[in-house]
Design a protein around this ligand. Structure first.
Ligand SMILES: Nc1nc2c(ncn2[C@@H]2O[C@H](COP(=O)(O)OP(=O)(O)OP(=O)(O)O)[C@@H](O)[C@H]2O)c(=O)[nH]1
Ligand SMILES: [Zn+2]
Length: 349
């Protein structure tokens, strides 16, 4: 295997919890049987919403028939978190009838975890979504102006989570995507431009049959997009509690919506971007593939903020661009901050 690829895989996996990775037993050793034998009758389901300790879990009976089950965690789960995207085992009343309550007795090993560093205490990190394969970075081309810093931050977070990134550029009727594409296309980031009422076939193809997480600042047109992609989403988000199916949906937690063509999009209303405090500084540069080669000549343990950093010379000799280096350094400096509604760590672009 290409050593770089190996390193990336090793790094992506290293962020998974011990629980997330099922260890294959060697010959002669006994398999690890964590929680399994007690509930062999457990029903499999997908967590699509979480609200104050209650989970909405979709149980599929056949291609066409599925039931939405409300569940709470079983005590035996211990401190193990359950998040949107988790595949879980359920016991108890899985009928999905009103007032029926099931119990989550196990969480299947996760294939990816998207984390946010908590806003207040930098050491606390939270898993927002499990098992997603793609991070869709929703950015308006104008109104509000695109923020390069936010895009770069999301690209780092996607890489760290072991997810592919997709740049979704909205409001193409107001401004051209050209400038942004000239930055991100050479990096191999896939993209799609949209406008209200515009053609979404290409985007649907990029989203089909996989689990994608949408993230974007307020006002970029994320709701407009979600409603266009999932016609029933308006009802699910606007008027009905995502978990109980009653009352208003007030929580701002993630919500998974099934696409008519198969696959899922996960809306993250409360999450505008990600803190990167849990990512070692040395790994941040992996989110900037155009700078990695230039860092080979850096002194050992280079902070990339110091004078001896080789990146300045690399840029001066015509590689990448000064803006990219500036964005990388801004991220290094603001690594611990989570972008919030006030965008306090953004200088725009
Ligand atoms: N010109 C133009 N306006 C758009 C487009 N998409 C959305 N808008 C407008 O942009 C505004 C914000 O759209 P929303 O879909 O509410 O944006 P959001 O990202 O969900 O914002 P929050 O609900 O605050 O999270 C609304 O006034 C939309 O009508 C577009 O493609 N072109
Ligand atoms: Zn350096």
């Amino acid at each position: 295997m290409d050593p770089d690829v190996g390193a990336v895989i090793a790094r992506d996996w290293k962020h998974l919890d011990e629980d997330d990775v099922r260890v294959r037993p060697g010959r002669g050793s006994r398999p690890r049987t964590r929680q399994r034998p007690a509930h062999e009758d457990a029903v499999e389901g997908l967590v699509v919403a979480v609200d104050r300790g209650r989970y909405r879990v979709l149980v599929r009976h056949s291609r066409r028939k599925q039931t939405a089950v409300t569940a709470m965690r079983a005590r035996e789960l211990g401190r193990k978190g359950v998040v949107v995207g988790d595949r879980v085992g359920l016991v108890g009343d899985t009928s999905g009838q009103p007032d029926a309550l099931a119990r989550v007795v196990r969480v299947e090993p996760r294939t990816s975890v998207l984390r946010r560093t908590a806003d207040d205490t930098e050491d606390v990190e939270r898993v927002i979504v499990a098992n997603a394969e793609q991070l869709v970075i929703v950015t308006a081309l104008a109104d509000p102006e695109p923020r390069i810093g936010m895009i770069d931050r999301c690209l780092v977070a996607a890489r760290d989570a072991g997810m592919e990134a997709l740049l979704c550029l909205t409001k193409a009727d107001l401004a051209s995507p050209e400038k942004l594409l000239s930055i991100y296309e050479p990096l191999g980031v896939r993209s799609f431009s949209t406008q209200r009422g515009g053609e979404l076939t290409g985007l649907r193809e990029l989203l089909a049959d996989r689990m994608s997480v949408l993230v974007g600042h307020s006002g970029v047109g994320k709701s407009t997009l979600v409603n266009a992609l999932v016609p029933e989403a308006d009802r699910a988000v606007g008027h009905v509690n995502a978990v109980t199916g009653r009352g208003r949906h007030t929580s701002s937690s993630a919500l998974a919506l099934e696409l008519p063509e198969g696959g899922w999009i996960i809306d993250t209303p409360g999450v505008r971007s990600f803190g990167l405090a849990h990512i070692p500084p040395a790994d941040l540069i992996l989110g900037f593939p155009d700078l990695v080669e230039g860092s080979v000549r850096c002194p050992p343990q280079c902070s990339h903020l110091e004078e001896a950093c080789a990146l300045d010379a690399w840029i001066a000799s015509g590689h990448s661009s000064p803006e990219r280096l500036e964005s990388f350094r801004r991220l290094l400096t603001n690594r611990d901050e989570t972008v919030r509604e006030d965008n306090r760590d953004e200088t725009g672009a």
